[in-house]
Design a protein around this ligand. Structure first.
Ligand code: XCC
Ligand code: SF4
Length: 656
C-alpha cells in the first residue's frame, strides 16, 4: 500500500485515498501495484498480437528472436502498435464529433417536421423552440462556420444552415474522394496545408497522394487497421506517415467538428468564474457527478437539475436542492459553458465516490474506470451508464436517445434524487478544499478579450515580454503522482515567461492550484514579462481552453497567429506537452500537434523504445518532414527546459 502523499499532490485526493484505505476499498493505485512488474515487452512496444501465428515478441537485447513468425522486425511491430493507438484515439474523438453532428442534424430535422405540423414557424426556423430537444444557442457561430465552409448563407434560415453544416460535417466522415477534408480546408492556413501536402514526398514516399492530408475521418482510421493487418504495411516510415494522417483527421476533422458544433448547439464559451476540486460536492444537496466526454447528455442533465418539480422532490427527501458537478472532460464542457463546478480530473473519479456524498455518477463515454462500479458498491452511489456504446456491468443502464433527451435526463436526475434517502449521513466525508478560477477561453472569447484580434499577444511575443506559448494537455496517470508534473511543468514554463493555454485533465489540475486566477501572476511561479502581460490584460497567466476535443481551439489559435505572420504553424515559438499522458486519445493529440507543426513533449514514455528506427523518426526525422517532433522526458524540470529551448530556437529562426 502506498502512503497517501505518494499518490497525489492534491490534498483532497490524499484525504480520500487514506479514507479508502481505512475502509479497505481498492483503488487505481493498488491495482497498479498489483500489476507490477509490468510486462517489459509491452512497455517497449515489441509484442504483436495482430495474427494467430502469434503472439510474437522481439528480444529487446538484440538476441533471438529478432523477428515475429511472419518476419516482422521490432520497428515494424512498434510502428504498427503505435498506429493502432493513434487510430483508437482518433476514433474516440471523432465518434464523439459524429454524435454531435448527428445531434445537430436530428434537431434540424425535428424543427422541419414540427414546422410542417403547424407549430410556431419563426421559433422553429431559428431553432430556438423549446419543443426541440436541442436548439441552436449560437446562431452567429453557426453562420461563421457555414461561411468558412463556403456554404451560401444569404436568405437561409438558421434551421437550413444547421442542416447543411451538419451534412458537410457528416460527409467529411465518410467521403471517398482523394480531396482533403472540407473542414480542414476551411480552417487551415495555406502554409501549413502545403506542409501536409508535401510531407510524404519529403519522407521519400511520393506515392502518398496529397501527402498526409486526411481524406475521410473514418477512412484514415479504417486504413490504419488495414495497414497494420498481418502482411500489409511493414515500413515504419509509411506506417507512421499514415499515423500522422489519421491524427490530422482527428484534429482538423472529428475533434474540430465536435468543438465547433457543440458551440453552435450549446453556446460558445465566454470567460466565467467557477470552482474546482472535491470541495464542490455539497453535504446537504443531492450530488450528481457527470463524468465522461460528451456534453450532449450532460447539458441536458444540467437543465433537468433545474426542474422545479425535481428540486421539490429533492427537498421532500430532506435535501436543500440538486448539485450537479463535473468530472473529466464532460465536466470541462459544462464548466466552460455554464460555470458548473468541476469535482476533479481522471484520478479523482473513485475519490469522489469515496466521499459517500454522491447520489449518482452519470457516465457517458471514455476515461470512466469500470472500477467506479466496485467502489460505488461500498456506498449508496449509483453509477448510471447512458451511452449505448458504453455499458458497465453492475451499473444502472438508462440509455440516452437524443430525440427524447429531456425525458431521459429527467429520469436520470429523478433516479439520483430518489437515492438521497439511502445516503448514510455518518459515512459522508467531503474534503473542504476547492479553488476558484476563470474559465471559458474559447478562441472567440480570447479574440473578444483582446479587442478583436491577436495583435496584443503577437506583439508581446515579438517584444519578448512573453517568449512563446505552450499548449498543455492530457490526463492523469497513476504512474506519476497526480498533478505533480502538470503543475511543475506549468510553473517552470511560466517562470520563463511562457504563456500557457491548455485543456483536459491538465486544465482541471491547473485550476485546482489557482493558476486560473489573475492573482496567480503575482506569485514567484510567473516571470516578470508574463506577469506584466497578464496584468495589463486582466487575465490569468494560463488560459483554460476546455476539454480534450477542444485541443482544436488551441490549433485554431495557433493557426490564426501563423496566418497573421504568413508562416506555417511550425515556425511559431509554440510547444505542446502532455505531462501525465495516459489515453490513446492523448497519443492522437500528441501526434496531431506534431503533425500540425507543434513540437510536443510527452511525460510518459510511450511504448516505442523497442523500435530504434521508430524512435528516431518520432524524435528527429519529423523535424524535416513536418517541422516538429516529439520530446520524451519524464523529468518535469528537464522537460520544461527542453520546451523552453525549443521556443527560443523558434524565436531565433523568426529573427525575434
Ligand atoms: Fe481522459 Fe478527457 Fe485524458 Fe482526462 S485528459 S484522462 S483523455 S478526461 Ni482528455
Ligand atoms: Fe507475429 Fe507477425 Fe502475426 Fe504479429 S503479425 S503476431 S509478428 S506473425
Amino acid at each position: 500500500m502506498k502512503k497517501y502523499k505518494e499518490v497525489s499532490i492534491d490534498s483532497t485526493t490524499q484525504q480520500m485515498y487514506e479514507r479508502a484505505q481505512e475502509m479497505g476499498i481498492e483503488t487505481v493505485w493498488e491495482r497498479l501495484e498489483k500489476q507490477q512488474p509490468q510486462c517489459g515487452y509491452g512497455l517497449l512496444g515489441v509484442c504483436c498480437r495482430n495474427c494467430m501465428m502469434g503472439p510474437c515478441r522481439i528480444n529487446p537485447f538484440g538476441g533471438e528472436p529478432t523477428r515475429g513468425v511472419c518476419g516482422a522486425d521490432a520497428d515494424t511491430i512498434v510502428a504498427r502498435n503505435l498506429l493502432r493507438m493513434i487510430a483508437a484515439g482518433a476514433a474516440a474523438h471523432s465518434d464523439h464529433g459524429r454524435h454531435v453532428a448527428l445531434t445537430l442534424l436530428i434537431a434540424a430535422e425535428m424543427a422541419e417536421k414540427f414546422k410542417k405540423e403547424g407549430k410556431p414557424v419563426l421559433e422553429l426556423d431559428n431553432m430556438a423552440s423549446n419543443t426541440l430537444p436541442y436548439q441552436v444557442r449560437d446562431a452567429e457561430k453557426l453562420k461563421a462556420v457555414a461561411e468558412r465552409l463556403g456554404i451560401e448563407t444569404e436568405g437561409k434560415t438558421i434551421r437550413e444552415l444547421a442542416k447543411e453544416v451538419a451534412e458537410v460535417a457528416l460527409h467529411d466522415f465518410g467521403k471517398q474522394d482523394e480531396e482533403a477534408l472540407r473542414f480542414l480546408k476551411a480552417y487551415l492556413n495555406p502554409k501549413t496545408y502545403e506542409v501536409f501536402e508535401t510531407a510524404a514526398a519529403k519522407a521519400g514516399m511520393p506515392w502518398f497522394e496529397n501527402g498526409i492530408l486526411p481524406r475521410g475521418i473514418d477512412r484514415e482510421i479504417v486504413e490504419s487497421l488495414h495497414r497494420t493487418h498481418i502482411g500489409t504495411d511493414h515500413d515504419p516510415v509509411s506506417i507512421l506517415l499514415h499515423g500522422l494522417k489519421t491524427s490530422l483527421g482527428d484534429a482538423w476533422g472529428g475533434s474540430l467538428i465536435a468543438t465547433e458544433l457543440q458551440d453552435i448547439l450549446f453556446g460558445t464559451p465566454q470567460v466565467i468564474k467557477a470552482e474546482a476540486n472535491l470541495g464542490v460536492l455539497k453535504e446537504d444537496y443531492v450530488n450528481i457527478v457527470v463524468h465522461g466526454h460528451e456534453p450532449v447528455l450532460s447539458e441536458k442533465i444540467v437543465e433537468a437539475a433545474q426542474d422545479p418539480e425535481l428540486i421539490e422532490l429533492a427537498q421532500k427527501y430532506g435535501a436543500k436542492g440538486i448539485n450537479v458537478v463535473g468530472m473529466c472532460c464532460t465536466g470541462l464542457e459544462v464548466l466552460m459553458r455554464h460555470g458548473i463546478p468541476i469535482a476533479g480530473n481522471f484520478l479523482q473519479q473513485e475519490m469522489a465516490i469515496v466521499t459517500g456524498a454522491v447520489e449518482a455518477m452519470v457516465v457517458d463515454v471514455q476515461c470512466i474506470m469500470p472500477a467506479t462500479v466496485d467502489v460505488a458498491r461500498c456506498f449508496h452511489t449509483k453509477i448510471i451508464d447512458t451511452s449505448p456504446l458504453a455499458t458497465f456491468p453492475g451499473a444502472i443502464h438508462i440509455k440516452f436517445d437524443e430525440r427524447r433527451a429531456d425525458e431521459i435526463a429527467k429520469e436520470i436526475v429523478r433516479t439520483a434524487v430518489e437515492n438521497f434517502p439511502n445516503r448514510s449521513k455518518k459515512r459522508v466525508e467531503i474534503p473542504k478544499e476547492k479553488m476558484a478560477g476563470y474559465v471559458g477561453f474559447s478562441v472567440e472569447a480570447i479574440l473578444k478579450h483582446f479587442g478583436g484580434n491577436l495583435k496584443p499577444i503577437e506583439e508581446a511575443i515579438v517584444e519578448g515580454k512573453i517568449k512563446g506559448v505552450a499548449g498543455l494537455v492530457g490526463c492523469n496517470n497513476p504512474k506519476i503522482k497526480q498533478d505533480h508534473n502538470h503543475i511543475k511543468i506549468a510553473n517552470e514554463l511560466m517562470k520563463r515567461d511562457v504563456l500557457l493555454i491548455g485543456t483536459g485533465c491538465w486544465a482541471t489540475a491547473a485550476m485546482k492550484y489557482g493558476i486560473f486566477l489573475p492573482e496567480y501572476a503575482d506569485t514567484d511561479n510567473v516571470g516578470p514579462g508574463l506577469r506584466e502581460f497578464a496584468k495589463e490584460w486582466g487575465i490569468p497567466p494560463a488560459l483554460n481552453m476546455g476539454s480534450c476535443v477542444d485541443c482544436t481551439r488551441m490549433l485554431v489559435l495557433a493557426d490564426l497567429i501563423a496566418r497573421d505572420l504568413n508562416v506555417p504553424i511550425s515556425a511559431l515559438p509554440v510547444v505542446g506537452s502532455a505531462p501525465e499522458a495516459m489515453t490513446e486519445k492523448a497519443v492522437s493529440i500528441g501526434t496531431y500537434f506534431v503533425a500540425s507543426g507543434i513540437t510536443t513533449h510527452l511525460g510518459i514514455v510511450p511504448p516505442v523504445l523497442g523500435g530504434p528506427k521508430v524512435v528516431k523518426i518520432l524524435t528527429q526525422d519529423l523535424y524535416d518532414i513536418v517541422g516538429a517532433a516529439f520530446i520524451v522526458e519524464p523529468d518535469p524540470y528537464k522537460a520544461a527546459r527542453l520546451m523552453y529551448d525549443h521556443i527560443m530556437k523558434k524565436r531565433k529562426e523568426l529573427g525575434i
